[in-house]
Design a protein around this ligand. Structure first.
Ligand SMILES: C[S@@+](CC[C@H](N)C(=O)[O-])C[C@H]1O[C@@H](n2cnc3c(N)ncnc32)[C@H](O)[C@@H]1O
Length: 306
């Protein structure tokens, strides 16, 4: 029995965080952001610091501080995004535990990334990222930097995993059920990470993604992406997929799900009729159990990406 924990309301984002930013170049999809915070929460210990790669509006960073991190330092490559986050969430005017810097995490070394923080980050350090993860064909990809994840949705994963590994930190990574999750687990395991907690959140596909679905459909056909196709709803949906990962050498004997286990889990979820993902309650053949959480959240009417 998987017996997932179910959460039916936003527990981390505040009412203010659920209001869309007035700047069009600030990512806004609250279910996505809330999922990333749950993943961080699985890894945060009192007094730790979080390095959040692709921090967006800063709402997630502030929520991670409220969830127990002593410091959260966010990095984002969008200038308007960073201006928004600095004004609304970071110190000096916002939460004193939150800082934000303008930087490209794929271009900087890990040391250079840490040096963008105004003061050294206390250890232990957790790396989190809810990066652009939509698999898009090249032309569409170039048009939407805040969601474009390259041909398999994992364009940014090697850089993120590389930084976490260089820091010997635990890693919270949020992707989607269509972002080649099996490959994501392979990349994580190759780098010495083990998935120790899974958060799933069903979400309708966004308008832009629906208009540029070719790559996702090709991945689905090849068995590397899972969409949720309900008989009563012609428009496919997907699952946001939060992976709380720990360094294997610190937990050597704990069994963990493989990429195949994860695909089986997603396919089971995709047989559900409701956003509760009720099929996950049935006895299953998944060999390695890790804590599983289902976020059954009201979908936002507005979503902003650029
Ligand atoms: C999908 S949004 C998520 C934002 C935030 N983590 C959240 O959950 O609300 C991805 C963010 O990553 C940023 N980003 C994309 N590539 C980046 C890179 N190479 N370096 C830094 N930030 C990047 C984008 O500007 C965008 O704000």
């Amino acid at each position: 029995m998987l017996n997932p924990a179910r959460v039916r309301s936003y527990q981390h984002l505040t009412a203010g965080d659920l209001v869309p930013p007035t700047s069009p170049r600030v990512f806004f999809e609250p279910a996505d952001t809330e999922t990333g915070v749950w993943v961080a929460r699985d890894l945060i210990t009192d007094g730790c610091s979080v390095l959040d790669l692709g921090a967006g509006s800063g709402a997630a960073a502030a929520a991670m501080a409220r969830a127990g991190a002593a410091r959260v330092h966010g990095i984002d490559s969008g200038r308007e995004t960073v201006a928004w986050a600095a004004e609304h969430y970071a110190s000096p005017g916002g939460d004193p535990r939150v800082t934000i810097a303008h930087a490209d995490f794929a271009r900087l070394t890990t040391e250079e990334l840490l040096a963008t923080a105004p003061a050294p980050l206390p250890r232990p350090l957790v790396v989190t990222s809810n990066p652009p993860y939509v698999p898009l064909a090249e032309r569409a990809d170039a048009r939407r930097p805040s969601i474009s994840g390259g041909p398999d949705g994992l364009k940014w994963a090697p850089a993120i995993i590389g930084h976490a590994r260089a820091l010997d930190s635990d890693l919270g990574l949020t992707i989607a059920s269509y972002s080649t999750p099996r490959r994501a687990v392979h990349l994580l395991r190759d780098a010495g990470y083990r998935v120790r907690g899974i958060t799933l959140c069903p979400l309708p596909l966004g308008e832009f993604t629906l208009r540029h679905l070719e790559r996702i459909l090709a991945l689905e056909q090849s068995g590397e992406a899972v969409l949720w196709r309900r008989p009563d709803d012609l428009t496919p949906a997907y699952f946001i997929l939060g992976l709380a990962c720990r360094r294997a050498h610190r937990h050597p004997d704990v069994p963990d799900p493989t990429g195949d286990d994860l695909m089986r889990l997603l396919r089971t979820a995709a047989r559900s009729r409701t956003t509760r993902l009720e099929t996950l309650d049935a006895p299953r053949q998944i060999t390695h159990h890790v804590p599983l959480r289902v976020l059954d959240l009201p979908a936002a009417t507005v979503r902003t990406h650029w």
